[in-house]
Design a protein around this ligand. Structure first.
Ligand SMILES: Cc1cc2nc3c(=O)[nH]c(=O)nc-3n(C[C@H](O)[C@H](O)[C@H](O)COP(=O)(O)O)c2cc1C
Length: 338
């Protein structure tokens, strides 16, 4: 019998492996998030992908129906809209009203919304691109924190730090359950994170090639073919650094940045609907699509459950390797333990 993986994160969410499927703009919608839940992990539906709170409500209901009683959550981006409107509170009202138990916040400081979420009994995981933000989140009273390193798809922070360093530094600094992310796409990496003292890992890019992600097959085939050097950082000039797949569109934005284009010039090229259209048509060259260096591990289009099974098998193989090393060198191991 396989010994279960048990950490503070598997306990917090009641999941089979300490792996979180983090929010994915346009892509983490009910079918995918429910597949994550049925595979025994927890996924977070991206509230920003829904046009309004009513659509989010319908999405939550659909996800609940498809999840077969397994846990799932909602990702909420904490941000101030350009026109100053509070778009966060209506999303929080909706998740509370719908009885969602798990929320992943990201973006700005969640302080203003935390009390309402906690009063509603919601478990709040806050995601940050650096240890100092994690410490701040811990001091505010979030239940768990995700620290994202430089390899990550999406926002690795304005001063990206590699996941190996970010994770080890976070372990020293943080007492609440800690998840690390950024370039993680194998079970062996998950074991490495646990060995460093983290309670779990989060993944985004690895799951993009799952069959339940609705995006066009041509896009997924590009990801399968991609290696670890096929992503790049951009938008540093806007202090909004992103890691995305290298595409013609991204090269054009990077050229504009070299020419010191201002935010007003850049904005039309990074609008969300451009990415959404590329996911629909498969014409990935014409968009900026978040993608992490761990794309090298996204090697096959297959059902989400098959990816999770592979992660588990890889994790168990990694544990076996460590047991073997430990057993093969009893004196060295004992010596090191003292
Ligand atoms: C296509 C894509 C879209 C993403 N969209 C969001 C988002 O809307 N909100 C968010 O909090 N994080 C978003 N992220 C970041 C992920 O939630 C996660 O932090 C990241 O993917 C982890 O690093 P990895 O890609 O190396 O696994 C996105 C990542 C990708 C790859």
């Amino acid at each position: 019998m396989n010994i279960p993986f048990k950490t503070r994160i598997t306990d917090l969410y009641g999941i089979r492996l300490p792996v979180i499927a983090s929010g994915l703009m346009w892509l983490a919608e009910p079918v995918y998030v429910a597949a994550v839940a049925r595979a025994g992990l927890i996924g977070f539906m991206t509230s920003a992908s829904f046009p309004d709170p009513a659509a989010l409500r319908a999405g939550i209901r659909k996800c609940r129906e498809l999840s077969e009683g397994k846990p799932f959550g909602v990702n909420i981006m904490i941000r101030v809209s350009r026109d100053g409107t509070d778009r966060v509170t209506p999303l929080i009202d909706t998740v509370i009203d719908e009885g969602v138990k798990y929320v992943e916040t990201a973006g700005n400081n969640p302080e203003a919304y935390l009390k309402r979420l906690k009063d509603a009994g919601i478990i709040v995981l806050h995601k940050v691109p650096g240890v100092r933000y994690a410490k701040k989140a811990e001091s505010l009273g979030v239940d768990a924190v995700t620290v994202v390193g430089a390899e990550a798809g999406g926002h690795p922070g304005i001063e990206p730090v590699g996941t190996m360093v970010a994770a080890a530094a976070a372990v020293r600094a943080i007492r609440i359950p800690l998840i690390v992310a950024g370039g993680i796409g194998t079970g062996a990496q998950m074991v490495a994170a646990l060995a460093m003292g983290a309670d779990g890992v989060a993944m985004g890019t690895r799951f993009l090639v799952s069959e339940e992600i609705w995006a066009h097959r041509k896009y997924k085939e590009r990801l399968v073919a991609a290696g670890e050097t096929d992503t790049t950082l951009l938008l540093q000039s806007m202090r909004n650094t992103q890691r995305a797949l290298k595409t013609e569109h991204v090269a054009m934005i990077q050229q504009l940045e070299r020419e010191q284009a201002d935010t007003k010039t850049l904005l039309p090229h990074i609008m969300g609907p451009i990415a959404r259209k590329a996911y629909e048509t498969g014409d990935y060259e014409q968009a900026m699509l978040s993608c992490g260096q761990g794309v090298v591990f996204a090697d096959k289009i297959e059902p989400l459950a098959a990816i999770v099974d592979r992660l588990e098998a890889e994790a168990r193989a990694a544990m076996d390797r460590l047991h073997y090393i430990y057993r093969a060198l009893p004196q060295a191991a004992a010596g090191r333990a003292t």
